[in-house]
Design a protein around this ligand. Structure first.
Ligand SMILES: *Cc1c(COP(=O)(O)O)cnc(C)c1O
Length: 344
């Protein structure tokens, strides 16, 4: 009688194909942070692996280790939130590709590798303007020198150079890409001839071929989540993957109660702003309480009927997000882990 998040793995696979066709010959790294954007990590990475994806963007070490466990030793698993001795040690022993964006972490990774008798694969991160994480351009030369030195001692292998961009305006992205190009050239000048280059996420990878380089890191579009205020799913060639469903649990005067609420991750600010898909057609969402939601009724409404809140013919996650100045990813990842995921 409670909410269910249905995950259509066939739609997911078709999105993967659309993304990979679009960005080829660049390789697609499937980003799986936040439990694969709320879609359930294990079934998502398994299906992606079967359909040919070989790179996975795991954000933190814990997620990276989970992906490694699911897929075995041949998957390339990139984690970039790796800090301190415990995490670097775990990352090295799980044979992750490690994103390194500061000098202290570079030392930690090298030390962890030496303790383990391993060579850590690192991707050096330059800050191209987001100021979130990454080595500032003015510190890049020294950072690269140190990385090259550690590589000469076989503590690390410098396999990649990367950054993250805002994807908010073309001008800003162009400026970021120019800084990125300088950083890549500096790395090459110091003898790292063929680093794997990766700069863009969904939006830039789709729209701007010169941003694709060797690998693109794609999350949202693989899950069929379009950008707020951007092109629609059909234009992008993508299909929604997740459908949030809830049962009718009670009938009142002119309203029906559904077994889904803000405790399940549904933002209460959606009340009055969106329609849901009922067996009697689209009906307004009137209110959201802790564990229940109130919807305009329809003829023949009955307890046990299923209603779609997003996906599956109802508005998409991004449609909902746009009503509350948010983004589709936010709607997706907020769905509580206690809501049952049903994959098919
Ligand atoms: C989340 C994330 C991505 C994926 O972004 P999407 O817009 O969902 O494709 C790529 N790179 C980094 C560093 C990220 O944190």
């Amino acid at each position: 009688m409670s909410a269910t998040l249905r995950i259509d793995l066939t739609a997911f696979e078709e999105n993967l194909r659309a993304v990979r066709d679009r960005v080829a010959p660049a390789e697609t790294m499937l980003v799986v942070k936040d439990d694969a954007y709320g879609h359930g990590l294990a079934p998502i990475v398994s299906r992606a692996w079967l359909s040919g994806v070989r790179w996975f963007g795991a954000f933190d070490v814990e997620t990276g280790v989970q992906v490694r466990r699911e897929l075995g030793r041949d998957a390339r698993v990139f984690s970039w939130m790796v800090f301190g001795a415990a995490q670097t040690t775990a990352a090295v022993s799980a044979d992750l590709d490690i994103g390194v964006g500061d000098a202290a972490t570079l030392e930690e990774v090298a030390a962890a590798a030496q303790r383990a008798g391993a060579v850590a694969r690192v991707h050096l991160k330059v800050d191209t303007g987001l100021h979130r994480n990454g080595v500032r351009p003015e510190d890049w030369a020294v950072f690269v020198d140190r990385a090259v030195e550690l590589a000469a001692r076989r503590a690390i292998d410098v396999v990649g150079v990367w950054s993250h961009i805002a994807e908010a305006s073309d001008d800003e992205d162009d400026a970021a890409r120019a800084r990125y190009e300088v950083a890549v050239a500096q790395l090459r000048a110091r003898g790292v001839a063929e680093p794997l280059r990766h700069l863009s996420a969904s939006a830039a990878a789709f729209a701007r071929p010169q941003f694709r380089y060797d690998i693109v890191r794609i999350g949202a579009f693989c899950y069929g989540i379009r950008p707020a205020g951007g092109p629609d799913e059909q234009q992008l060639g993508l299909a929604p993957v997740a459908t949030l469903e809830a049962d009718v649990i009670a009938l009142e005067n002119g309203a029906t109660r559904l077994g889904v609420g803000s405790c399940d991750g549904l933002p209460s600010t959606l009340a009055g702003r969106v329609h849901v898909r009922t067996p009697g057609g689209d009906r307004r969402l009137l209110g959201i309480e802790d564990t229940e939601a109130l919807v305009e009724s329809w003829p023949d409404a009955a307890i046990g009927q299923r209603v779609q809140i997003f996906g599956g013919g109802a508005p998409s996650q991004t449609d909902l997000a746009e009503k509350i100045d948010s983004i589709g990813e936010e709607i997706a990842v907020r769905i509580s882990p206690l809501v049952a995921r049903c994959h098919r």
